[in-house]
Design a protein around this ligand. Structure first.
Ligand code: SIN
Length: 275
């Protein structure tokens, strides 16, 4: 994007922007506004070479929004809003290892998530993203009209996603289930653009329909919404911070690095009621 006051490169035509030469510890107001503009346009921002303490990560998060506490996994000591996302060398299952938008089972899901890479395998452990704005735009007018009135029921206890965090959950949280109903097509509160808002991790059925009745259309949408032309892929380095817009993108952490440790520090930013 040529109108931004920092070096940047699009990662794919519809999603992702890599930003270099910007120190997130020293952002002024104008640069923060430019970051927000880029975030709204590209859904996923990749900031390279960030040297940040946990305190500095929280301070950057507070410049962009309001940090939230993730309900399922305990935060770092002294920083409850920073969730460590760790896969040890001996573990097989990775956290959140399927396509999803974060915690859509909450009444007000987070608008954004930022992940800072602390330790990365020598190769692998990339994260994929898919633009749900591009996915929506590519649907036929007939499909858009059919989806317009539908709502999706989202649950924290869908079996596949539960498996991806079962070793990591806070004691009592393991027993709780969170459920929320959201529009299947949401309108971004800042850009006004429409995006698909179902995901294979959390969406169980359409509101007013059984799971069996919902399954064929959901299966179609889950295939469609991650088509390669809507995607970008981020290769991490220690010190890379990625910030993604949960209102406009889904993500998928690739689990191809068994035998190596990966540690990320995650902060989610509070969002609004989905409309
Ligand atoms: C997540 O779903 O927040 C984890 C993403 C990742 O580990 O790349």
């Amino acid at each position: 994007m040529s109108n931004l006051p920092f070096a940047n490169d699009a990662i794919s035509p519809c999603i992702g922007l890599e930003i270099t030469g910007l120190d997130l510890n020293t952002l002024d107001d104008d640069t923060t506004a430019a970051v927000r503009q880029a975030f709204n346009d590209r859904h996923v921002l990749v900031f390279r070479d960030q040297d940040m303490t946990p305190e500095q990560q929280v301070r950057f998060a507070e410049r962009i929004g309001e940090p939230d506490i993730y309900p399922m996994v305990r935060g770092l000591d002294g920083f409850p809003m920073i969730t460590p996302i760790v896969k040890e060398a001996h573990e097989q299952v990775n956290f959140g290892g399927l396509w999803h938008s974060d915690t859509t089972y909450l009444e007000k899901p987070p608008m954004a998530t930022m992940l800072l890479a602390r330790e990365i395998p020598p190769v692998g452990g990339d994260t994929m993203f898919a633009s749900q704005v591009a996915a929506y735009d590519a649907l036929s007018d007939g499909m858009k009209a059919m989806l317009a009135p539908l709502k999706g029921v989202n649950s924290s206890s869908k079996a596949d996603v539960t498996r991806t965090r079962e070793d990591r959950v806070k004691g009592d949280e393991a027993k709780k289930s969170f459920d929320s109903v959201h529009p299947v097509v949401r309108t971004h509160p800042e850009t006004g653009r429409k995006a698909l808002y179902v995901n294979v991790g959390h969406t169980v059925r359409f509101d007013g329909f059984t799971e069996e009745e919902s399954a064929p259309l959901l299966a179609y949408l889950h295939r469609h919404q991650i088509r390669e032309e809507f995607q970008c892929r981020v290769r991490w380095r220690p010190g890379t911070l990625v910030m993604w817009d949960n209102r406009a993108a889904q993500h998928y952490p690739v689990n191809d690095y068994h035998g190596h440790r990966r540690e990320m520090h995650r902060i989610t930013l509070k969002g609004d009621r989905v409309a």
